[in-house]
Design a protein around this ligand. Sequence first.
Ligand code: AKB
Length: 342
Amino acid sequence: MDPRTRKPVVLITGANGELGHGLIKQMSESGRNGILALDLNPISPEIEQHCRDTFQGDILDRALMERIVSQYEVHEIYHLAALLSTRAEFTPETAHKVNVDGTMGLLQLAIEQSSWRGEPVRFLFPSSIAVYGMRDLESKNSMGPVKEHEWTSPTTMYGCNKLYCENLGRYYARFYRQLAATEDSRSVDFRSIRFPGLISADTLPSGGTSDYGPEMLHAAAQGNPYACFVRPDTIIPFMAMPDAVDALLDLAGADVEDLSRTVYNITSFSLTAEEFREQVVAHFPGADISFGPDLRRQGIVDTWPAYVDDSAARSEWGFSPKYDLERAFRDYLVPSIRRRYE
Ligand code: AKB
């Protein structure tokens, strides 16, 4: 190969995480080549087989990132690496470094690559319902579905990081070097989704505050008791992982002319922790699930909305989840989890 020719790739950071797993599998099954996976931990063999190349390392390691751009032409980035909401509260400054400085570094890499390619690199960024901060339970319970611009006063470091990075992405997409003497044609095609709590049958989340849902289910499937860390009446939106993966790919594939914004809410179903327990018990009748709220983590979930308005995603790029609550448990979660722990 001509040494001047770099290999074209789609870069996926945080590849080992639950969204990374689903995304890489789905991309490879649909015939997508040239996946370059990056993660802090060794890339799991399950996903390695679907990738062109893999790197173990830190997104904050400049030498590593420079090595990547010297070898690869990055066409598209799915920047999934992040410290989630609970973990980030224990090490807020580190979370800021990973979540904000890490994203900033990747946006700069994207700008640089866009200029080499002569067209904007597409940059997909998972954001979260953690960007919202409802004032109190009364506002949470009395509000209808929350729109993208409402109640954006997050109370967690992770939520602040995600909200700021959404804005950074919009800046790089629309206003980068707006005062430069000569018009700077470089930009990034930044697209972001605010995900609700995600539930995967294949991986367990770690370090999140919406984790009580998936943890309840995985514990029941293994025959382990589980004490849920929020009150039974706690309600937030959730989504089955295949819908989250499809949404990222659908947004990535949308015609830029159809997109009026850079950030979109999406949701599938909202349910209380008690309703979650009822679903789990209906499928695993012996499940031993109790409630032992952790007041601090409860406080975080209480600031997240019960419902979000995803009408922009539906009308602009056709978002339409396949799994409602019943189907998610019956056709995806329960059969796959049973197979996993058999
Ligand atoms: C978390 O709990 O931190 C995440 C999220 C809602 O973004 N699952």
